[in-house]
Design a binder for this molecule. Structure first.
Ligand SMILES: [Ca+2]
Length: 132
């Protein structure tokens, strides 16, 4: 019993000190907007999910395409545990579950691109897409 309690306490300590950032990831991408991409900028989006144990502040993090042709810098933003946010290519009003890069042209190449998420220190958090 004593060992079980000790193990539980140890587990909780590890869980609470683990970097939640590592459990935050790009969970889904939609590079090919329905219809013509040029006419449906917000048809392109990147979904980011926080699968960690706590909220993660993403302020000043970046989301970039291959070759960093487009680099979006997050405004003040906190992603709660278990929640997702979709980052749309075009313009719109930022809300808790949606952010807008603000472009007036498509960002993501339909025939191969990759989305890269980095924290405010430039550390790689997550990548998805064509990673050759
Ligand atoms: Ca596209």
């Amino acid at each position: 019993m004593k060992n079980a309690v000790l193990f539980l306490m140890l587990s909780l300590t590890i869980a609470s000190t683990m970097a939640d950032e590592g459990l935050l990831r790009i969970s889904e991408i939609n590079f090919d907007a329905p219809g013509y991409d040029n006419q449906n900028i917000n048809g392109e989006w990147v979904k980011i999910t926080n699968g960690g144990y706590g909220e993660v502040e993403m302020t000043a993090w970046t989301l970039s395409d291959e070759g960093e042709v487009h680099v979006y810098t997050f405004p003040f933003f906190v992603l709660a545990r278990g929640n997702s946010v979709k980052v749309y290519s075009g313009r719109g009003t930022d809300l808790g579950d949606r952010l807008y890069m603000g472009y007036t042209h498509p960002v993501w190449n339909n025939d191969g691109d990759s989305a890269t998420l980095r924290d405010e220190g430039g550390n790689l958090i997550s990548q998805m897409g064509n990673l050759d």
